[in-house]
Design a binder for this molecule. Structure first.
Ligand code: WT7
Length: 664
C-alpha cells in the first residue's frame, strides 16, 4: 500500500454536512488525554454500577493497571436487566438465521428470561460458583450469547473457543483455563454440511483428562440433530436442563468487583502456547460501551450486523456486549458468506434492511471476486455505516466497499484494535464527530487513546516514516494480564519500549504503522512472528510445533505468503528426517496433522520440502530470509549465515511455489 497515492482521495465531498467538526473531535481527544482519569470517570458514570469506584485508575503496580478500583457491577445489569420494563424489552435483540435458512427472532425480554433460566441451571443444577471457569465451544447460534451472559451473570468466567478450532486446540484451552464445565453443541451447518462439533468436544475432554483437567459436566445444545454420543452422568442436553428451571426464574446478577475477571479469550502468540487474555469487569464494560457508541452512533431503528464469529474478540465486543448495552437490534448468521450463492450477505442485508454492516477485508475480497452482478441484484440503500476490522484494508477494496456496497454515502469505519485492547483504538468515530476519511487508513486514535509510532530505538518516528505502533497511556478496555502467566504479560506487551526505572510504561501491540502529516494512522501488519490469516491471528510457532509432530519431520519454518483473498497464508518449509523422501502424500499428511492439532484455519497453503534451512552460526533459523524470498524482496545481509547454499535451496522451493500459485 502506498501512502502518497491515496492521500488526496476524499471519500465524501468536503461539505459541512459531512465533515462538520474535525476540530471538535480533535478538541475532545486533546482534552481526554490531558486528564484520562477525569475523562473515563465521566464516561463510566453513564453505566449502571452496584457501587461506584473509589479510584478511577490504580497505577500503583504497573503494568498491572486496575480500572475503577472499589467499583462493583455486573455486565448483565447494563446488557439485559436495564431494558426490562422499557420499550426495548419488546424489541428484537437478535434476528438469527441458520445457514439452511431457518430463522428465529429473539427480543430483549426473551433473551433476559432465557439467560436467567440458564444462569439458574448453571448455579442450581451444575453447581458453578463465582470465578469458576467455563469453556464454551459453540457455533453461531443464539445459545452462544445466552451462555456467555448466563456465565457472567453468576460471576463465573467464560472462555469461548472458536468452533473452527480442533479437538486438541480446545483441549489445550480447557487445560490452561482449568475449566470444569464445557458448553457445546451437537453440530452446525457449514457450506451445506453438518460439522460434528460434539465429536471434537468429546475428544478434547478426553485429552484434557489425560493432562490432568477433568471436565465434570458437558452441556450440549441441540442444533443440527446429528447423532451424538452422550456420556451418562457427564453430558446433559441444554433443552432438558432449561426445562428444569422455573418459568419465572430470576438469578440476581452476582456483584463483581471492577477488577474481577469478566472473561478469558485465547489468542496466538510467538510461542506455541496460546495466551489467555483476561478482560476486566468494569474496565471492559466501560470501554466497550463508549467505543460502540462512538463507532456506530446507534439509533433506535438501526439494524446492525457484525458478520464476525463470536469465537473471536470482535464477536465478544461487537455482537454480544457492545450492542446489547445499547439496546441494538442485530442480525446474526450461522453459516458461510457465499452459501448457497455468492450473494447470501447482500441478500440478507436487503431482506433485513441492515443499516450498519461490519466485516473484514478478507470477506470483502472474497465476495468481490464473484463479480459485481451479485451485489447489483440487491437494494443495499438502507446501509448508513460500513465497518472493517482485522487486517489492513487495501485502498482499492475500501473504494469498492464505499462506492459499490455503500452507494457512496456510508462512511467506512476502519477499526484497528486487538484481542488485548477490548474494542477499537484507532478508528473513525461518527458517533462523536466524523473526520475526513482516507482509504486504507484507520484514521485517528479514539479519545482517551494515546497512540504514536516509534522507531526501533524508541524515539517518535518522523511523519510518513514506517515504525512501530505504541500506546502511551493505559485505557479501560486493556487486558488485565495473561491467565496464569504474569511474566509473559510483561515480556510480550511492555518490555519492548518501557523504562520502568523512569516510570515510563509503553504498550507494544507489535504492529507496523505510519503516522502521516495530519496525524492519520496507517496500519501495516504484524511486526512479530505472528501471521494474520483472513483477519485471524496465528502464531508461526504454533503451526511449526504441529508440523514437527509428524514423525517424518525434522524441522519446520512457517512464514506468511501474500494472498489475494486472505491477506496472508501460511507456507511451511520442511526438512525431513533421514530415510524420508518428499512426496505429495507426505504433504497431505503434514497438512492433516496441522488441521488436527490446530484447526483448518492453520493449514499451510503449501508445504515446501528443503534439505536444509538458512541458519545463523548459532543455529537460529533466519526467518527474515524466508520472508524476503516469499515476498519477492531483496534478502539483504547474509554474512551471518552458517551455510549460504541453504539460500539457494529455499530460492528454488519458493520459485516452485510461485509457479504453482500462478497456475491456481
Ligand atoms: C491484529 C489483532 C481486533 C479484532 C480482530 C483481530 C490486525 C486488526 C486492523 C485494522 C490493520 C488490523 C493487527 C492487530 N488488525 N484490525 N483495522 N487494520 N490491521 O484481532 O486476532 O487480536 O488481531 O489484527 O495486526 O495487531 P486479533
Amino acid at each position: 500500500m502506498s501512502v502518497g497515492d491515496e492521500r488526496e482521495f476524499t471519500a465524501l465531498p468536503f461539505e459541512e454536512k459531512y465533515w462538520p467538526d474535525l476540530g471538535k473531535f480533535l478538541e475532545i481527544r486533546q482534552k481526554s488525554l490531558e486528564d484520562i482519569e477525569a475523562f473515563w470517570d465521566e464516561r463510566a458514570r453513564q453505566l449502571i454500577w452496584i457501587k461506584h469506584w473509589d479510584q478511577v485508575l490504580d497505577a500503583s503496580n504497573p503494568p498491572f493497571y486496575r480500572w475503577f478500583k472499589g467499583g462493583v457491577t455486573n455486565i448483565n445489569l447494563n446488557a439485559l436487566d436495564k431494558w426490562i420494563g422499557t420499550s426495548v424489552e419488546h424489541k428484537v435483540a437478535y434476528y438469527w438465521e441458520g445457514e439452511p435458512g431457518d430463522k428465529r427472532a429473539i427480543t430483549y425480554g426473551e433473551l433476559y428470561r432465557e439467560v436467567n433460566k440458564f444462569a439458574w441451571v448453571l448455579k442450581e443444577v451444575i453447581g458453578l460458583k463465582p470465578n469458576d471457569t467455563v469453556s464454551i465451544y459453540l457455533p453461531m447460534i443464539p445459545e452462544l450469547p445466552v451462555s456467555m451472559l448466563a456465565v457472567t451473570r453468576i460471576g463465573a468466567i467464560h472462555s469461548v473457543v472458536f468452533s473452527g478450532f480442533s479437538a486438541q486446540a480446545l483441549a489445550e484451552r480447557i487445560v490452561d483455563a482449568k475449566a470444569k464445565v464445557l458448553i457445546t453443541a451437537d453440530g452446525f451447518y457449514r457450506r451445506g454440511k453438518v460439522i460434528d462439533l460434539k465429536k471434537n468436544a468429546d475428544e478434547a475432554v478426553k485429552i484434557a483428562e489425560e493432562r490432568g483437567v477433568k471436565v465434570e459436566k458437558v452441556i450440549v445444545v441441540k442444533r443440527a440433530g446429528n447423532d451424538v454420543h452422550m456420556v451418562s452422568g457427564r453430558d446433559y442436553w441444554y433443552h432438558e436442563l432449561i426445562k428444569e428451571a422455573p418459568e419465572k426464574a430470576y438469578v440476581k446478577p452476582e456483584p463483581r468487583k471492577a477488577d474481577d475477571v469478566l472473561f478469558i479469550l485465547y489468542t496466538s502468540g510467538t510461542t506455541g502456547k496460546p495466551k489467555g487474555i483476561m478482560h476486566s469487569t468494569g474496565g471492559y464494560m466501560t470501554y466497550v460501551y463508549n467505543v460502540f457508541k462512538w463507532n456506530w452512533d446507534p439509533q433506535p431503528h438501526d439494524i446492525y450486523w457484525c458478520a464476525a464469529d463470536i469465537g473471536w474478540i470482535t464477536g465478544h465486543t461487537y455482537i454480544v456486549y457492545g450492542p446489547l448495552m445499547h439496546g441494538v437490534t442485530q442480525v446474526m448468521y450461522e453459516g458461510a458468506p457465499d452459501y448457497p450463492a455468492p450473494d447470501r450477505i447482500w441478500e440478507m442485508i436487503e431482506r433485513y434492511g441492515v443499516t450498519i454492516f461490519y466485516t473484514s477485508p478478507t470477506m470483502l475480497r472474497l465476495l468481490r471476486r464473484f463479480g459485481d452482478k451479485w451485489v447489483e441484484k440487491h437494494d443495499l440503500s438502507t446501509l448508513r455505516l460500513l465497518g472493517s476490522v482485522g487486517e489492513p484494508i487495501n485502498p482499492d477494496v475500501w473504494k469498492w466497499y464505499f462506492t459499490k456496497i455503500g452507494g457512496g454515502k456510508a462512511p467506512i469505519v476502519d477499526t484497528w484494535w486487538q484481542t488485548e485492547t477490548g474494542a477499537a483504538m484507532i478508528s473513525p468515530a461518527p458517533g462523536l464527530a466524523l473526520v475526513p476519511l482516507k482509504p486504507g487508513s484507520a484514521t485517528l486514535p479514539l479519545p482517551g487513546i494515546d497512540a504514536d509510532v516509534f522507531t526501533p530505538e524508541g524515539k517518535p518516528a518522523e511523519p510518513g516514516k514506517k515504525g512501530l505502533l505504541v500506546i502511551k497511556k493505559p485505557w479501560p478496555g486493556m487486558l488485565m494480564g495473561i491467565w496464569g502467566d504474569p511474566d509473559r504479560y510483561i515480556r510480550t506487551y511492555w518490555e519492548r519500549f518501557s523504562k520502568p526505572e523512569e516510570g515510563i510504561w509503553i504498550y507494544y501491540p507489535a504492529d507496523y504503522a505510519i503516522k502521516d502529516q495530519e496525524g492519520y494512522f496507517w496500519l501495516l501488519g504484524r511486526a512479530d512472528e505472528v501471521l494474520n490469516v483472513a483477519g485471524h491471528r496465528l502464531g508461526t510457532a504454533e503451526i511449526e510445533d504441529a508440523i514437527v509432530a509428524h514423525p517424518a519431520v525434522s524441522e519446520a519454518a512457517v512464514v506468511g505468503a501474500p494472498d489475494p483473498v486472505k491477506g496472508e497464508v501460511p507456507v511451511a518449509f520442511v526438512v525431513l528426517k533421514e530415510g524420508y523422501e518428499p512426496s505429495e502424500q507426505l504433504e497431505q499428511e503434514i497438512k492433516l496433522t496441522v488441521r488436527k492439532i490446530v484447526g483448518p484455519i492453520a493449514v499451510p497453503a503449501k508445504v515446501l520440502f528443503v534439505s536444509k534451512l538458512p541458519k545463523t552460526r548459532s543455529g537460529k533459523i533466519m526467518r527474515r530470509i524466508l520472508i524476503s524470498l516469499i515476498k519477492g524482496r531483496p534478502i539483504g545481509d547474509v554474512s551471518t549465515l552458517e551455510d549460504p547454499s541453504a539460500v539457494e535451496e529455499v530460492k528454488r522451493a519458493v520459485e516452485e511455489f510461485k509457479k504453482l500459485m500462478q497456475q491456481s
